[in-house]
Ligand binder design. Structure first.
Ligand SMILES: [Zn+2]
Ligand SMILES: [Zn+2]
Length: 184
């Protein structure tokens, strides 16, 4: 673990939410929201209505902007998001999740909690000068965000699909060069 467990969980949830907007969009049904919510162990209010789904879809560009901002701009965005939500960080412990921070009540709308949790997590990255943990996938055709939580900061692709596609492309390029007819 590189950061606090709730920081890592919040960042991963935000990255997955943003990346769901890559073509084809994978956040169009309540079942898909359920899967995202369960995967990231969200708790608290879940309306399961069209408005909540629309809000989650609509917040993706806002989170994308935050996750790809440089450090100074990210600081300003975090401050604005926390002030807007009247965030008050509180240590809480529930279920089997050990002490972590909530900054708005669990009966606030889901999208509001996602924004605040993401802002809180990014505040850790800003303070630690770790915004470089977030990048855009190194695949030329992919716009997904990569969250690199590896010790040696080696992660460049959003998924094994993108990593494999580029490994194959690199292999083919090497072969082309080696098999080029020798002109002498
Ligand atoms: Zn919690
Ligand atoms: Zn990718």
């Amino acid at each position: 673990m590189v950061f606090a467990h709730d920081t890592e969980a919040s960042l991963q949830a935000a990255v997955d939410l943003v990346n769901s907007g890559e073509d084809p969009d994978t956040l169009t049904t309540q079942e898909q929201v359920d899967a995202w919510y369960a995967k990231h162990r969200y708790t608290g209010r879940r309306d399961r209505d069209a408005a909540e789904l629309a809000d989650l879809r609509g917040v993706r560009p806002v989170l994308l902007d935050l996750l790809t901002a440089d450090r100074d701009r990210a600081a300003g965005l975090v401050n604005a998001m926390l002030a807007e939500a009247n965030a008050v960080p509180q240590l809480v412990r529930h279920g089997d999740i050990d002490w972590h921070l909530h900054a708005v009540s669990s009966d606030e709308p889901l999208v509001r909690r996602v924004v605040v949790e993401t802002a809180m997590a990014v505040s850790d990255l800003v303070r630690g000068d770790e915004m470089a943990r977030l990048s855009v996938c190194a695949d030329d055709t992919c716009g997904s965000i990569v969250l690199d939580l590896t010790r040696n900061r080696s992660r460049r692709f959003c998924s094994t699909t993108c990593a494999n596609r580029n490994a194959v492309a690199a292999y083919r390029a090497r072969n082309r060069i080696q098999n080029r007819p020798v002109i002498s």
